[in-house]
Design a protein around this ligand. Structure first.
Ligand code: ADP
Length: 208
């Protein structure tokens, strides 16, 4: 619901001064009580304000964008993470390309013999390797991957919006969701731009 600027002003006043009488709101806005009556009725019916006889108005509702950001700030990585696709650091570039097609993902996580995160392979990493003259069956992925400690990661209890910020800042498509292991990090999930798009669509659906 679109609020008029006067209705927004009323909400601000009530938020800061609740409980506040209609009379006092009118005074603050230099308007008469009668002029304000329709706005107060609309705000009360729409659930933004609660009117209690002889006490005044309380603020109960949040505006659309406040609700949106409030909801967004409650969403954790674990609520939207996908299953990670991992390959061993010794598999060939050729096999990694096949895995990317078979698993239908754009980013592969590379693990070492202890199953700890060792690196990341993106589509462009694999394309770049394919441009050379090497036999792709002979080149292991650890030669071409982006490696630890230069990997940007997140944890399952991080806020999803923080993970989104990392994707933007580093200009990457995916983050491994990791859990500390004895000597490194175990990969337990994957957060991608697709997960972010899904949140956007679901939050927008909730608003309707
Ligand atoms: P693409 O290569 O398809 O554009 P990205 O933008 O995700 O995909 O990758 C760009 C570069 O960043 C690649 O070299 C990739 O290895 C690296 N990269 C991707 N994800 C990460 C990450 N989480 N941490 C560090 N580097 C990454």
């Amino acid at each position: 619901m679109e609020l008029t600027s006067r209705q927004e002003q009323i909400l601000e006043i009530v938020k800061e001064n609740e409980p506040i009488t209609g009379e006092s709101i009118a005074e603050k806005l230099n308007l008469t009580r009668a002029t304000l009556r329709p706005d107060l009725a609309i705000l009360t019916m729409a659930g933004f304000l609660d009117a209690r006889p002889r006490v005044g108005y309380f603020y109960t509702g949040r505006s659309g964008s406040e609700l949106f950001s409030q909801k967004l700030k409650q969403i954790k990585v674990k609520d939207y993470q996908s299953i990670p696709v991992v390959v061993d650091e010794n598999v060939s570039v050729y096999d990694a390309i096949c895995t990317m097609f078979l698993e239908d993902v754009g980013t592969l996580f590379v693990v070492n013999g202890k199953s700890d995160l060792a690196g990341v392979l993106s589509r462009k990493d694999l394309l770049r390797a394919s441009l050379g003259k090497q036999d792709l069956n002979e080149v292991p992925v650890h030669i071409i991957m982006t490696r630890m400690p230069n990997i940007t990661m997140c944890e399952k209890d991080d806020l999803l919006i923080e993970a989104a910020q990392k994707l933007i800042e580093k200009q990457i498509d995916a983050l491994p969701v990791v859990k500390k292991s004895e000597e490194g990090y175990e990969v337990i999930g994957r957060i991608t731009k697709t997960n972010m798009t899904r949140v956007l669509v679901e939050l927008a659906r909730d608003e309707r």
